[in-house]
Design a protein around this ligand. Sequence first.
Ligand code: ADP
Ligand code: UDP
Length: 235
Amino acid sequence: MEKREQLYEGKAKKVFLTDDPDLLIVSYKDDATAFDGQKKGTIVGKGAINNRMTNHIFKLLEKEGVPTHLVEELNDRETLVKKVEIVPLEVIIRNFSAGSFAKKLGMEEGIKLACPTLEFSYKNDDLHDPFINSYYALALNLATQEEIDTITKYAFTVNKVMREYFASLGIELIDFKIEFGRYHGQIILADEVSPDTCRLWDKETHEKLDKDRFRRDLGNVEDAYQEVFRRLGIQ
Ligand code: ADP
Ligand code: UDP
């Protein structure tokens, strides 16, 4: 398998074509952005941590019946993945109030919700990823009803598996964002699962171990990513 030209450079990853039209190489960067790309910085070591953490969790999810884009980890930062057509929905699951949810509803952060919630954002940078519901997704032809049902089912499974797994590491899974894609007609989990895309709090101290440390200038950003990585036990 040969690496070919760069297909795309995003805020956190670069994507390369390969000599196999069905496969891509994703390369995780140390670059960090927040607030629609207005805040920019570097989190040293983040690329390797997010790459290895995503692959570790994706393997766990595969075992639990959630198909993913993972093919093979190539090195610290790079992974061979199935090339999907991304469904332009950011799928957000929440177990506790935080971030935009807490703000919108006038709640403190860290309140346990009566049950997990699921919401969609339309993945569109020009529009700043607006909140939409499944009727909008259908009306805008972003996905079919069958795809939305599959995505919803997988998203709640991802939540259950990850919540239990992180709990075993002394981490509370507050909320997270995932993306799905179409691969030969099937919906599979794509993109990443990392401290960039999840809110992870220490269960005892409630210390934030995720990108909120960067977004909110809380300090010890690298240490937080390293701590999650250490608890995963995959060094
Ligand atoms: P952004 O585009 O938001 O800046 P990234 O820097 O993470 O985000 O860029 C990675 C891009 O690759 C994202 O747009 C993501 O949707 C896309 N992507 C992730 N996994 C796959 C895949 N398996 N096939 C095709 N595209 C993918
Ligand atoms: N999230 C993400 N990418 C986005 C928006 C949100 O990965 O473009 C994640 C974020 O890290 C958090 C969850 O989705 O774990 C919910 O984010 P929220 O809607 O509260 O938005 P935020 O407060 O991060 O703007």
